[in-house]
Write a protein that binds this ligand. Structure first.
Ligand code: SF4
Length: 357
């Protein structure tokens, strides 16, 4: 792991991004933003899963009008995603959003941009510049032939300079591609040129399975290089999965801790109980937990006792039964049918004791 690169700190509502602030997990709703009730419900479900900043698309005035009601119904910072129309950005700011995602070069002429920037500045609302490989300006593309890392960086810096020239520096930047290598190379190039916080992600990454893997490889590689201050996993499907995958990436790199970290063996011919079913069920039943806790579910005596002993709570399976461990000590022996209940019970008791301490 390389040390985290030094970036400036900005504030998106009450969440800091950049410098030494924790790398935050973001997501984006896929409800119709104009439907405030559905959007609030989805945002609150995302927040329960660990989403720390949420973005909503604001494609028209109807969506912009719903922002105030959305903001009132949620308790995580809200970012409005605006393209092409400066009036939507103004409407979003007036509704009290905590951040804007827009590319100043595409919301109107200079005077219009100035109005938006002045309003964002007065309200201390940061702006994320988000360049995607699919939307690089034509003149830049003509020079590079196709969206190379240099083209992406040039496009991002063009928008950055527009804001800087107007005295606005409350900026974060994303520079995403659906190609993992291009994403990694582009962010790496960009991070050598600016000290604004970077929002990292692989765009259009696909459905849950491929999206999770592409994101883990792309975002994970960047974070391991010390690049990235906030992340969004992009998945075609339920955004709650984006949050779960995002956290898993951060937990895998030991950058943050949250909830249950399941250590379970891959199973092999020695297994004498349904380890996969137990691990899946335990993970599901404890998905509400936010307190960091390591839970090992191991198949047999080869690695089981060792891993189970190292975890906060663990089980080392035997022939239709298992030994439950708490902080390295054997607690009791349970039958296979009672394993899930017993583990969940012990983990919950462990968390309760930890909270009381
Ligand atoms: Fe196989 Fe035992 Fe290792 Fe699980 S812990 S993979 S059952 S040897």
């Amino acid at each position: 792991m390389e040390p985290r690169r030094k970036t400036r700190r900005i504030n998106v509502g009450n969440v800091s991004v950049g410098a030494d602030a924790p790398i935050s997990v973001q997501s984006m709703t896929n409800t119709n933003t104009a439907d405030a009730i559905a959007t609030v419900a989805q945002i609150n479900a995302l927040a329960v899963a660990g989403c720390e900043i949420v973005r909503v698309a604001v494609p028209d005035l109807e969506a912009a009008k719903a922002l105030k009601r959305i903001k009132d119904g949620i308790n995580i910072p809200l970012i409005a995603d605006v393209h092409f129309d400066w009036r939507l950005a103004i409407a979003a700011l007036e509704a009290g959003v905590d951040g804007l995602r827009l590319n100043p070069g595409n919301i109107g002429d200079e005077d219009r941009i100035k109005v938006v920037v002045a309003e964002a500045s007065a309200r201390r609302v940061p702006i994320r510049i988000g360049v995607n490989a699919g939307s690089v300006e034509k003149d830049i593309l003509a020079r590079y032939g196709h969206p190379t890392k240099e083209a992406l960086v040039e496009s991002a810096l063009r928008h950055v300079h527009i804001l800087e020239d107007m005295g606005f520096f409350d900026i974060k930047i994303s520079i995403k591609a659906s190609s993992v290598p291009l994403t990694i190379e582009s962010y790496t190039l960009l991070s050598g040129k600016v000290d604004y916080p970077l929002h990292v992600g692989v765009t259009e990454a696909g459905t849950l399975f491929s999206g999770a893997i592409k994101s883990a490889v792309g975002i994970g590689t960047l974070l391991a290089r010390g690049i990235g201050d906030t992340l969004r996993v992009s998945i075609t499907g339920d955004p709650v999965d984006e949050v779960r995958v995002g956290w898993q990436i951060l937990k895998s790199l030991e950058l943050r801790r949250r909830g249950v970290n399941v250590i379970s063996c891959p199973t092999c011919g020695r297994i004498k109980f349904d380890c996969a079913a137990v691990a899946t069920e335990v993970e599901k039943r404890l998905s509400y937990v936010t307190e960091p806790v390591n839970v090992a579910i191991m198949g047999c005596v080869v690695n089981g006792p060792g891993e189970a002993r190292e975890a906060d709570v663990g089980i080392a399976g035997g022939d239709g039964n298992g030994l439950i461990y708490l902080k390295g000590e054997v607690l009791r022996k349970v039958a296979e049918k009672d394993m899930v209940d017993a583990l969940v019970e012990e983990v919950e008791a462990f968390i309760e004791r930890k909270k009381r301490r």
